[in-house]
Ligand binder design. Structure first.
Ligand SMILES: Cc1cc2nc3c(=O)[nH]c(=O)nc-3n(C[C@H](O)[C@H](O)[C@H](O)COP(=O)(O)OP(=O)(O)OC[C@H]3O[C@@H](n4cnc5c(N)ncnc54)[C@H](O)[C@@H]3O)c2cc1C
Length: 443
């Protein structure tokens, strides 16, 4: 039991101890496990590192976990064609480090990259800090091998036996382990940038910071990172980081520019000019790793600092068009006044993916209700602004019940029918993403 408890949680709030945990070493082991599960009608939840923020790796009662810790081999890194063939349990950071030694780059970088797996990244459609310039996980998946609930292996994209048929790769990216189990991944690699420079700027208002983001993008500059921190987030990290946060700062941008030395020489001063033009002040920049790390500490300290603010935190990763970002931040500030709860907002400004954190006291029913109300209001506002409920953390168990706010019954029925084709008995990660009428969830 003690060992199974280790598989009962992820970074969301759900807990469920699995009935069984299987740790395959090969695709053949996965096939046999699936056949066993099907024979005894046992639901399956695939699991990478369990860092998911939407409860996607949490099993249903009585279900089995297939954990990918032992399928963590890098089979091939092809320097000429620039691709890597890996198993799903490889940690994102491990692949990044390995390819960098060869002058290559795997850009998708969820903040959890040191501990999350590539299988989990694909299943969640993970984003990350560098997505503004380089895109997200889906932009780097060339092909997959997938074991279906029928115990069959299908190959997609670069691995497909016949490229004349439609490429099914995108179907599995972001499918949260509900359609099939990924056993082999082919990833696109690119040439590593020669150098990187980091800078940060404080702003007197959140609107100024958002304006700076728009100006930078309008000028067709392309920083690799543009992270936004609002006033409440800055307050939370004050005193927790080695840098002084100016009192008059209401927002901050952490920006990174990479490429050749010439690219940086050209782009960085222009990016700084854009920030200055939008009232940016106390700007700092660093090129050396140690100094860059000092600037990054501001961003990295956000999660642990917020955890000190209250015993409960709901972290939503809504995404709005970039031009609407500030309206969402303002709506969260209003909501904070209205509910009396702290609602710090930070996130990946360059793609409008904001992390809205609703802080509450877990032992106070009134605050729990207010937090739930606040989350619904955030979703409502996000959709009004033309956004989407999840930018990168997935729907999982946490947002499943909110899907009808974004999709009509017809859409949801279409999603259900796709699942029905791949998983007719509803045994593949039931309860995640959408409830199925015939799902084992109900048994
Ligand atoms: C501190 C922190 C920071 C984070 N920052 C980011 C961020 O910047 N961007 C971002 O996108 N996410 C972020 N996340 C969320 C999380 O790290 C990502 O969603 C990550 O992709 C999950 O990977 P994992 O290996 O932990 O997967 P798990 O949590 O184990 O599983 C996630 C989903 O993948 C499915 N799955 C796992 N392996 C397979 C497989 N082989 N086949 C089919 N399905 C599979 C599971 O069933 C589940 O639905 C963060 C999380 C934390 C804790």
């Amino acid at each position: 039991l003690e060992e199974r408890v280790l598989f009962s949680y992820d970074a969301a709030t759900f807990r469920q101890v699995p009935e069984l945990v299987v740790m395959p070493r090969s695709e053949e082991d996965v096939i046999q496990t699936v056949q066993f599960a099907r024979k005894y009608h046992i639901p399956i939840s695939p699991r990478g590192a369990g860092t998911g923020m939407s409860g996607g790796a949490i099993p249903n009662p009585g279900a089995m976990i297939i954990g990918f810790e032992r399928m963590n081999r890098i089979w091939e890194i092809n320097q000429i064609e620039k691709y890597a063939v890996v198993e799903p349990g490889v940690l994102t950071g491990d692949l990044q480090e390995k390819v960098l030694e060869m002058g290559l780059f795997y850009p998708p970088d969820p903040s959890s990259y040191l501990v999350s797996t590539l299988g989990g990244n694909i299943a969640e459609g993970a984003g990350g800090l560098r997505c503004a310039k380089y895109g997200v996980t889906k932009n780097y998946v060339l092909g997959l091998r997938v074991v279906t609930m029928l115990g069959e292996v299908i190959t997609t994209g670069a691995l497909a036996e016949d490229p004349r048929f439609p490429d099914l790769t995108p179907l599995f990216i972001g499918s949260e382990g509900t359609l099939g189990i990924v056993t082999i991944i082919v990833l696109r690699l690119i040439k590593a940038p020669e150098c990187t420079q980091t800078m940060l700027a404080f702003f007197p208002t959140g609107t100024d910071a958002a304006e700076a983001v728009s100006t930078i993008l309008k000028e067709r500059l392309l920083p690799s990172v543009m992270e936004f921190l609002d006033r409440m987030t800055l307050k939370a990290i004050t005193g927790y980081v080695p840098l002084e946060i100016p009192e008059q700062a209401e927002a901050m941008l952490l920006i990174e520019v990479d490429g050749s030395e010439a690219d940086i020489k050209e782009q960085l001063p222009l990016v700084m000019e854009c920030c200055q033009g939008c009232q940016g002040f106390q700007m700092l920049q660093a090129s050396e790793a140690k100094k860059r790390n000092r600037l990054w500490e501001l961003r990295r300290s956000v999660s642990p600092s917020l955890a000190r603010l209250a015993s409960g935190k709901i972290n939503e990763d809504v995404c709005v068009p970039r031009g609407e970002m500030i309206r969402l931040v303002e709506a969260c500030q209003e909501l904070s006044k209205h509910t009396g709860l702290m609602i710090p907002v930070y996130g990946h400004a360059a793609d409008g993916n904001l992390h809205v954190n609703v802080m509450y006291d877990r032992n106070n029913q009134d605050q729990i209700d207010q937090a739930q109300f606040a989350v619904e209001q955030v979703f409502q506002k996000t959709l009004e602004l033309g956004g989407t409920l999840s930018g990168e953390h997935g729907i999982g168990r946490t947002k499943r019940d909110y899907l009808p706010m974004q999709f009509s019954p017809y859409y949801i029925e279409c999603f259900r029918q796709i699942k029905q084709v791949w998983d007719p008995e509803g045994l593949m990660n039931p309860g995640v993403m959408y409830p199925l009428e015939n799902s084992a969830e109900n048994t």
